[in-house]
Design a binder for this molecule. Sequence first.
Ligand code: C5P
Length: 222
Amino acid sequence: AFSGAVTLDGPSGTGKSSVARAVALELGAAYLDTGAMYRAATVAVLDAGVDLDDADGITRAVTEAVIGIGTDAATEQVTVDDVDVTDRIRGSEVTRAVSPVSAVPAVRRLLVDAQRSLVGDAVAVVVEGRDIGTVVLPDATLKVYLTAEPEARAERRAAQLGVTDPAKIAAIAADLRRRDTYDSTRTDSPLRPATDAVTVDSTHWERHQTIAAIVGLARERA
Ligand code: C5P
């Protein structure tokens, strides 16, 4: 059986979450979606009515919130102060606000600490996000940087949302670019591959091929 930690980082819209979850299930590993934690923190900020330019207000709202997330790949429930926000965190209101919230250093410190304790001493775990290989788990067994051409990412996200209108697909592509630029250029923990990461480009792959490639890499190392 696999033992160790697999980190999966990369830009938005690569299908990272569904790949990470499937890899965890195949490896019999625990799973942590750190993007869901930044999204839940964003719910707390929006509900507190804090301005997105107000770093102190954002930090206060996130400090006071109780974010509930599990590490079982088969369940994806997320709560904020015991309220189920599993669907809400995927909505456009949260998606628009999550990058500025996650760029606040004090928010990152809080969530990185929470992520490390959630991972704890799990024998096998898959953790996905933007800074897992670079910051959260620098000693991971396998670090994957999952990427795909921007057009492929926009098309996948559109298919996932059931969108076929070309104008709407273009808007999705613009949103992905905006979030990637924001995430890659922030000063604290920008999105970038760890120096010892394996880059997996899934542009021309079916989802199952990407999953098989990562499972194979993990088994080679453990
Ligand atoms: O992966 P997902 O799209 O759910 O992540 C939402 C946002 O949370 C990202 O665009 C990024 O701003 C932030 N994030 C982060 N660090 C992580 C995971 C997500 O800054 N480890």
